[in-house]
Design a protein around this ligand. Structure first.
Ligand SMILES: Nc1nc2c(c(=O)[nH]1)N[C@H]1C(S)=C(S)[C@@H](COP(=O)(O)O)O[C@H]1N2
Ligand SMILES: [Mo]
Length: 421
């Protein structure tokens, strides 16, 4: 069966095999152990803690069934069938760290935490968590966070970086304040062009002078609907690996625009030039290039809005279903531009499409549930493909779109295998 199921239609463990193996090759002790137990190692929290040089802290405590991409920094994705919930629980939410998880997060210690808002503002602010909770309207929003490199594993030639397949995405309920309310309280000057976000997570090297990552968004995006500064995830303080005690969320943009462990928002009078804002990081060629092209650095432009996408979360790829009977297919669809217009599914490799029922988003930038009933006519091997279309009429392509040097923005249609019996 392994031979006949294409990569994107593979079952969870098979999907994991290639990237996980690759990760094992370049890492050390922990990974070797992982290779003995199998290619998808469920999180062994103590091992993870040790891998990061922590002694007892259980830094991935409560994670369940994720696939490890790398242990230093910690990166793990979620198999598609574990993303079936409307609200992704903590245990299934993917983890992407560029640096180390800071001690403040590991100890869940927010004592004395402040958020600085400075730069091109009338009144620089220094806000405690209590200030944020008291001085601004507190809101809860269901927002998708998706890594810009989700789907990287399918580019050919391949791109370096975490070999995410389809699981670097999640949709949680976030509680906090509007990013725009905080910026308005500081008074954004006309000279403001971009935000620059900072967190207290140490650089992998441990060098205190270096930032792990510091990205930002155009000021218009920061002031737009959706942007948040959040302290709760699904009704609990944001867990260590997801940015305790505070994170920015800029939904619809690559996940890297949602800074964790947030300490400062620097309003800039030019495009932010923090760590991983420049060079090839989170950038796409300014023009279409042939696969494998060496694109000059000056021709790379910052990736902004994430493309329209969907994921089939039920059934699990490789499942068996009776021929001649209706089977429910379901999943989620989302787009950086906002709401989804339609989702269609195909059981014949895209030759014909069936309209799925689509639920409205609970709020802008939440993913939307789709359901379709399909009947597989006779016993045998099938694939189910899903294709979402956004409000601008832009739909997911059937193949990997626009090759780019770092493998960003792959929104090709998701495919699962179904065996009719
Ligand atoms: N401080 C900090 N914020 C960060 C990162 C990081 O390494 N450090 N990674 C970013 C990237 S690339 C992504 S995709 C998301 C992942 O969020 P999650 O780990 O909560 O899933 O966080 C973003 N915010
Ligand atoms: Mo990311």
């Amino acid at each position: 069966m392994t031979e006949t199921i294409p990569p994107n239609a593979a079952t969870g463990s098979e999907t994991a095999e290639k990237p996980a193996r690759r990760a094992f090759l370049k890492t050390t002790g922990l990974s070797t152990l992982g290779a003995y137990v199998g290619m998808t190692i469920p999180f062994e929290a103590n091992l993870m803690a040790l891998a990061q040089g922590m002694s007892e802290e259980d830094i991935m405590q409560g994670k369940d069934g994720l696939i490890l991409m790398n242990d230093r920094p910690l990166n793990a994705e979620t198999p598609a069938h574990l993303l079936d919930d409307d609200v992704t629980p903590y245990k299934y939410f993917f983890v992407r760290n560029n640096g180390l998880v800071p001690d403040t997060a590991l100890n869940m210690n927010a004592e004395g935490w402040t958020l600085t808002v400075d730069g091109e503002v009338d009144t620089p602010l220094e806000l405690t968590l209590a200030d944020l909770k008291e001085k601004f309207e507190v809101i809860t929003r269901r927002l998708v966070i998706e890594c810009g490199g989700n789907g990287r594993a399918y580019f050919n030639p391949g791109a370096s970086g975490n070999q995410w397949t389809t699981g670097a995405v999640g949709c949680a309920d976030w509680t906090g304040v509007r990013l725009s309310d905080v910026l308005n309280a500081a008074g954004v000057k006309d000279s403001a062009v971009y935000t620059g976000h900072f967190g207290n997570d140490p650089h992998l090297s441990g060098d205190a002078e270096k930032e792990a990552i510091s990205r930002g968004v155009p000021i218009e995006k920061a002031m737009a609907e959706g942007g948040m500064i959040a302290w709760d995830m699904n009704g609990e303080p944001i867990p260590a690996v997801h940015g305790f005690p505070l994170r920015v969320i800029n939904p619809g943009y690559p996940g890297s625009a949602s800074q964790k462990f947030l300490t400062r928002i620097w309003v800039r009078d030019k495009v932010h030039d923090g760590a991983k804002m420049t060079g090839y990081s989170y950038r796409l060629p300014a023009y279409p290039v042939a696969p494998g092209t060496e694109v000059p650095e000056e021709d790379m432009v910052i990736m902004t809005e994430m493309p329209v996408k969907s994921l089939i979360t039920f059934p699990q790829s490789g499942a068996e279903t009776p021929a001649g009977q209706a089977t429910e297919i379901r999943g989620h669809a989302w787009a950086g531009s906002g709401d989804i217009a339609a989702v269609d599914v195909s059981i014949d490799f895209g030759q014909t499409w069936i309209a799925a029922r689509l639920e409205p988003a609970i709020n802008k930038f939440a993913w939307q549930r789709f359901r379709a009933d399909v009947t597989l006519p006779q016993a045998g091997y099938y694939e189910v493909w899903a294709r979402a279309t956004d409000m601008n009429g832009v739909a997911q392509p059937p193949v990997v779109p626009g090759w780019n040097p770092r493998g960003y923005g792959n929104n090709m249609q998701h495919r699962i295998a179904l065996i009719a019996t």
